[in-house]
Ligand binder design. Structure first.
Ligand code: GTR
Length: 391
């Protein structure tokens, strides 16, 4: 478990005593109403609204990526071990390389593919925001943050990369990594922040996975915890190749609604992590109601694909109720395909999981962390719902 800085611990305490604001009082922008006022009532009308929402999130929140797949992108299989994990998996270590006239970049993708299978394996890809020891390819260090053995045992390939490969998580991140390689000399107010750069990295890892014959490219889930969870949601919202999108304890500017949220606010996150989002996002500090979007619309951008939101009881800084209610508020969009989103209206009891819709949810007992309990729930939900990207 991560230890909270004393200041955060005090804030967590304050948030824990806050009253949950009911959905009806949050004044959310409607996911199914276009900016023009036109209502979206059929799945055929959704792509126009989806495009509009993506633009709004790019402009006001995460920022605009200056590049998609670079022409210079190359994959190099650096190392492979067909008898990894005592023989149950094949390890592949792939260098995902790219460059611009300013220099080179490289993402190190670690991949374990189950050996016992007759068809390509579905996969979970973790966007790892903790030290690279959590995704140790040698397996000398094992961590619940990425329980690769358990993932493989359930028939899934386990893939992971560390976010620092793409851009460092520092206040001067915009000078480094993918920002340094690809940003125009003058950063616009809607230029991408570091969360968007990491999401771009996840799509480059996906570029590799779709080329690997051992992987079922139609069944790749993207997973992230906390800042990695915000990243997974933004990656999955934009890149429809991710068949299942999983947010663990992602809180502010992740799964949690901004309007009516307790714990971390937009002003808090912009102050503590000024490099994560577009400059424009700072103009919404203490002005949540002025933001033309809210986070349920980010979840809605995943529809009709399955999504999963996980919270933890003590993670009041993230605000479990606001994470849960974002799933509830995204649900009408799933109805366009006659799918249930999150079929619940009140927060479930700790330890209880909701897996009977296309938005899964659980509230784990405990603190801000990604644990085996979370992973087991993600895999059970994937067993049920990650069949294909098509409705
Ligand atoms: C917290 C931050 C959250 C979340 C988290 C993490 O301190 O306020 O938004 O991203 O860190 O990534 O662990």
């Amino acid at each position: 478990m991560t230890t909270l800085l004393p200041a955060f611990a005090a804030l967590n305490q304050a948030a824990a005593t806050a009253q949950t604001v009911p959905l009806a009082q949050r004044n959310l922008p409607d996911a199914l109403t276009m900016r023009s006022g036109a209502k979206v009532t059929t799945a055929n009308e959704w792509p126009a609204r989806r495009k509009e929402l993506l633009e709004l999130f790019r402009t006001h929140v995460y920022g605009r990526a200056p590049i998609g797949r670079p022409d210079t992108l190359r994959f190099r299989l650096e190392k492979t071990d067909p008898q990894a994990m005592g023989g149950i998996a094949t390890l592949k270590q792939i260098a995902i390389e790219y460059h611009s006239e300013r220099g080179k970049g490289r993402i190190n993708l670690v991949l374990f593919v189950p050996n016992r299978r007759t068809t390509p394996a579905p996969a979970f890809m973790l966007i790892c925001n903790r030290p690279a020891s959590n995704i140790d390819p040698t397996r000398q260090t094992k961590s619940e943050f990425w329980p690769a053995e358990q993932i493989v045992a359930r028939g899934y390939a386990a893939a992971a990369f560390q976010v620092d490969d793409v851009a460092p998580d520092t206040k001067d991140a915009w000078q480094h990594g993918a920002h340094h390689l690809f940003d125009p000399p003058q950063r616009a107010a809607d230029a991408w922040g570091t969360i968007a750069a990491w999401a771009w990295g996840a799509s480059r890892a996906m570029d590799y996975l779709v080329t690997d014959k051992d992987i079922d490219a139609l069944r790749v889930a993207v997973v992230g915890h906390s800042r990695g969870g915000k990243t997974a949601l933004w990656a999955g919202a934009q890149d429809t190749r991710f068949a299942l999108v999983i947010s663990n304890d992602s809180g502010s500017t992740g799964a949690a609604l901004a309007r009516g949220k307790s714990g971390e606010t937009i002003a808090d996150i912009n102050k503590n992590f000024p490099h994560w989002f577009a400059q424009n996002y700072k103009s919404y500090n203490s002005r949540e109601d002025a933001l033309p979007v809210d986070q349920h619309q980010l979840i809605a951008l995943i529809a009709p694909r399955p999504a999963y939101i996980a919270s933890a009881t003590q993670d009041t800084w993230a605000d479990p109720a606001s994470e849960f209610l974002a799933g509830v508020a995204a649900s009408p969009v799933y109805k366009l395909w006659n799918r249930e989103g999150l079929p619940a209206s009140t927060l479930p009891k700790p330890g209880m999981s909701i897996h009977n819709g296309f938005i899964g949810y659980h509230l784990r007992e405990g603190g801000h962390n990604l644990t085996l309990f979370d992973w087991q729930n993600f895999m059970t939900f994937a067993d049920l719902r990650m069949k294909s990207t098509q409705p």
